[in-house]
Design a protein around this ligand. Sequence first.
Ligand SMILES: C[S@@+](CC[C@H](N)C(=O)[O-])C[C@H]1O[C@@H](n2cnc3c(N)ncnc32)[C@H](O)[C@@H]1O
Length: 287
Amino acid sequence: MNPAKVKQLVKQTRTIPGWFSGDAAMLFAWIDEIQKKNNIQGDSFEIGCHHGKSAVLLGSLLDPSREKLSVCDLFGMQEGNVSRSGNGDLDAFNQNMQPVKTSGVSINVFQKNSAELTATEIGRTYRIFHVDGGHNPDEALVDLTLAAECTIDSGIIILDDPFRAEWPGVTEALIRFLDQHPDFQAIMTGFNKLLLSRTQWSDMYVNAFEAKSQRESYGFGYPWRVKEMPFHNYALRVFYVPDYLQKKSVGNLARYVYNKSEWLQKTRQKNPKIGMVKPSQAGSSGS
Ligand SMILES: C[S@@+](CC[C@H](N)C(=O)[O-])C[C@H]1O[C@@H](n2cnc3c(N)ncnc32)[C@H](O)[C@@H]1O
């Protein structure tokens, strides 16, 4: 999906309660674009949909003539939500998904504990599999294991809350999953998500993430940075905004304007002494 359409969709779904940022929506759309450019077709699955905020975006990425969306949530059976992550509501979900259904995308709903899902039941046809259900270690691990079984070779598993202090169980599940699945690799993290792909497909995605023009078109140019950090045997691409650039200050406003203006950059290239940034402020490795 192109970035302009994502922005429009994020605006339209602003009032749906949930935990899905505009940046995460851009990332999902970017993954979709990479897959489409490489002729990768398939369905999408989401474990943990709450009121449908991320499911609307997932459904909107699909080609209704050959791809479908499937979701699983406890919805009204919240006594099974042992980690207390979210609070699914089937009526709200159905109402919020109406525009996706109207566009012709078929939606299968599994109202149950995701630990009871099987690959035979849901099929092995998914190009995007979003894991955002129970956040305890065993819950997230069982969901990741199912995702690995059901994702097509070139597909992507997206894990929510991978490194959040409030949800250490998800990080434990991630590490246990990677220990048990050497055919998978963590390729990128940012916007509270982490992407897993099979190792033989990782370059296709990573090359796209490293292309500056693509990053900028999906809104991840300045002030975003990308660094490679070793994680579980591979280089993980980390998207982040350094702390000092997150502060509201006149200096940061000036940096923002400068980085968004080609004219200012060209002028400074001709006369490098204009508006010199102190080396301590220009840091490239700070977090
Ligand atoms: C964090 S919310 C999902 C947020 C959602 N993706 C969004 O965009 O806002 C987690 C959801 O997982 C559901 N859930 C929790 N444990 C579950 C389990 N074991 N099986 C299925 N769903 C579960 C909850 O009902 C809740 O709706």
